[in-house]
Design a protein around this ligand. Structure first.
Ligand code: AGP
Length: 603
């Protein structure tokens, strides 16, 4: 969602700000803007649409400024227009915002009644106007920030710059925020994502909620100061050196990041297995040996929720432990039954998904330990969890999550085997190796899936079906297709079709049927039912099975042998390729699908 980058130091702030915003483009946005302090004035430039539009403007104007803040906006309050884009500013302050001010309507009404004026329809400008109001009363920036922030409800991060100094101020409530510094070059940075600061800020700080950060550049140093809202010094922040690398951020020979990330999976699977079975990760898993809970509460959104459904099967089938899986936006409001002895397990690629974080908070309030399966080390989910199981997927840039799903599900499987005490079973390592080999084979024969896509990409709707362990994969297959190809797609339990959705079937509807070796006959009967109604059948099924092949209009043969636990992950990669090729034939923006954001930091 919204991206924030700020800079203060001896160099031109435009370069790191635009570079940082470019790195955050993958998160999704619809307008971009920058505020630069030039000759002691705040200059704001904003453009609707892609960051390139703003870059063009900057190329024409060629501004130089030591201090600036930039923003990519993903609209929530107010249409996509240059006026509504950030920064919002006046002749005292400029601010950028990520999140939602829930009481903006009421505050704006009061401010209008007091005679203040607004230039945009955004909730964000309410913060600017409040800040200005308090500054006019107190003449003190820190006090005004504190008072304005304390008047707001909702989850937000703000970065503020002022005409009167080269300082940057930042603070947040339940939204991602990082400040960074480079002592050698005397530069200060702020961002909504540490990824934007890689190569710029070797030292980074994650402030906790309600901590005001102030960067001060002097002729000999850069210092970060932290304050509580009562303006006493704060130590509520986490410091770390920025160890992320830039290697993972180029597409290499691939046309899209999504394709690159699909191809990365075999190597990442091998790496994760080695990490958790043989290397540093082993001690974390060993702590789970013989571990029993009264119940697992798995909570996540989107693709991570689907990974949760796969993991639930492992916990229930391998460990015979009760596990519930909830969509985070439902869990947080359903007054969940949470008892001592239970564990909340939160699954997330970004570790910044607002609904998932709210569920983690809820469990913490109820005294339930929280564990995470997460990709981004240092994310809010990671920092707030009692135990973290990192998936080590590297940066995932494609908005459509691919490698993260595979590695989340694999991490859950390894946790399950650790509880069972079978991490040293040679069959375990063999099965994981087989998974990575099979996915590698799929990657090298992906053209055959492309020809399946060519047969069906113009069709009206797609119903993905699967039974048992493949049921979550039907959901995930459908989500991937709808998000990148913009076609209607649904996931269903194969046996559920005749309870309603079969009414949709005609010659324009494609049934992508996952037919695994388990419950084969029953799943075949479900396919027959669709075929009898002239539906188009694409089967993802066992290779060398003429009976199943005969049923299908197009067939994606897979070798299920030797994958008693991990075949769902393998099938899913075939569906990732299928969605990718359908989207490519339709000519959509695969890496940055319309309306979507990589990291959903608002509720
Ligand atoms: C996946 O393709 C999605 N774009 C989306 O469903 C995503 O998985 C979801 O928003 C959760 O994100 P997280 O893993 O970062 O928490």
């Amino acid at each position: 969602m919204c991206g924030i980058v700020g800079y203060s130091g001896p160099n031109n702030s435009v370069n790191p700000i635009i570079e940082g915003l470019s790195r955050l483009e993958y998160r999704g946005y619809d307008s971009a803007g920058i505020c630069l302090k030039i000759n002691n004035e705040l200059h704001i430039l904003k453009k609707e649409g892609k960051l390139d539009n703003l870059k063009e403007l900057l190329q024409t104007e060629k501004p130089f400024s030591n201090t600036g803040i930039g923003h990519t906006r993903w609209a929530t309050h107010g249409a996509v227009t240059a006026d509504n884009a950030h920064p919002h500013g006046n002749d005292i302050f400029a601010v950028v915002h990520n999140g939602i001010i829930e009481n903006a309507g009421a505050l704006k009404k009061d401010l209008l009644a007091e005679g203040f004026q607004f230039k945009s329809q955004t909730d964000s400008e309410v913060f600017l106007v409040l800040l200005t109001k308090f500054f006019k009363q107190t003449g003190n920036t820190l006090q005004s920030i504190s008072k304005a922030f304390s008047s707001l409800t909702g989850n937000s991060a703000f970065v503020i710059m002022e005409k009167a100094s080269d300082k940057l101020y930042a603070l947040k409530r339940s939204a991602p925020l990082v400040v960074g510094e480079n002592k050698d070059s005397r530069e200060a940075f702020v961002s909504s994502d540490p990824f934007a600061l890689v190569g710029f800020a070797p030292r980074i700080y994650f402030p906790q909620d309600g901590v005001i950060c102030e960067s001060i550049i002097s002729t000999s140093d850069v210092t970060m100061k932290f304050y509580e809202l009562d303006l006493t010094p704060s130590n509520r922040y986490k410091f770390q050196s920025n160890s992320m690398s830039m290697d993972t951020t180029t597409k290499g020979p691939y046309e899209h990041y999504m394709l690159k990330e699909i191809h990365e999976q075999p190597a990442l699977i091998d790496k994760l297995a080695a990490f958790y079975i043989k290397n540093e990760g082993r001690k974390d898993l060993d702590e789970l040996k013989g571990f029993k809970t009264e119940g697992w509460h798995l909570t996540a959104c989107g693709t991570a929720w689907h990974a949760g459904l796969v993991i639930k099967n492992y916990f229930e089938q391998i460990n015979r432990q009760r596990a519930s899986v909830d969509i985070a936006s439902e869990f947080r409001y359903k007054n969940p039954i949470l008892n001592k002895g239970e564990i909340g397990l939160f699954i997330s690629q970004s570790g910044e998904t607002a609904d998932t974080l709210a569920c983690q908070e809820l469990c913490k309030e109820k005294g339930i330990p929280t564990y995470s399966i997460v990709n981004v080390e240092g994310s809010t989910l990671f920092r707030n969890a009692d135990k973290n199981f990192l998936i080590h997927a590297g940066v995932e840039i494609g908005v459509a999550s691919t490698k993260a799903f595979t590695l989340q599900a694999l991490t859950g499987f390894l946790m399950s085997r650790a509880m069972e005490g079978t991490l040293d079973d040679p069959k375990l390592f063999t099965e994981i190796q087989l998974l990575s080999n099979r996915i590698a084979e799929l990657c090298s024969h992906a053209d055959s899936i492309k020809s399946v896509a060519e047969k069906i990409y113009t069709k009206k709707g797609f119903i993905f079906t699967g039974r048992g362990r493949y049921f979550p994969i039907a959901f995930e297959g459908a989500l991937k297709l709808k998000e990148i190809a913009y076609v209607h797609a649904e996931g269903y339990a194969a046996g559920e079709l005749k309870h309603g959705p079969i009414a949709l079937i005609d010659e324009n509807i494609v049934n992508i049927a996952i037919v695994g070796p388990e419950l084969l006959e029953k799943t075949i009967s479900n396919v027959e039912e669709v075929k009898a109604r002239r539906g188009i059948i694409v089967v993802v099924g066992p290779e060398k099975n003429p009976e199943v092949e005969h049923l299908a209009d197009a067939y994606i043969p897979l070798n299920f042998e030797g994958l008693p636990n991990l075949s769902p992950l393998y099938v899913n990669v075939a569906l990732q390729f299928l969605s990718y090729h359908i989207a490519k034939l339709k000519g959509t923006d695969i890496d940055k699908p319309r309306n979507l954001a990589k990291s959903v930091t608002v509720e």
